[in-house]
Unconditional design. Sequence first.
Length: 153
Amino acid sequence: MMNRAERNVEILLVEDNPNDVELILHVFRWCNLSDQVHVAWDGEEALDFIFGTGSYAHRDTQKKPKVILLDLKLPKIDGLEVLRRIRENPHTRTIPVVVLTSSKEERDVVDSYNLGVNSYIVKPVKFDEFANVIRDLGLYWRFVNVPPVKKDE
């Protein structure tokens, strides 16, 4: 039986807040999007997953997520550094990254876009608004967005 890291993960959620993870996964289950979501709890785990290192050394890195939902305020390695490393690598630079954070700091917004983020979303405080944002994000990136055609990398 395959574990989550070996399946074709379509959404990589990088989030350290258990309450936010629970809510996001709940909304994805409600929209039938939860079957191919992997959660990384800090920046180091996210990079290990993306690049097939550490505890994910066995993972097939040719199976890239369709989108990465990335919090900025993460333990070990912050979200901006995760984004920087994703964009610096030719194999991963085209993976769509959406910053999903509570930070409204202009510096975080500017730095994220300068590093090539596809979208910057401040987490709504109200439950219904947050759930709607998560639903729309999941549906858009999984079914609507058209990624670049794979070429030999």
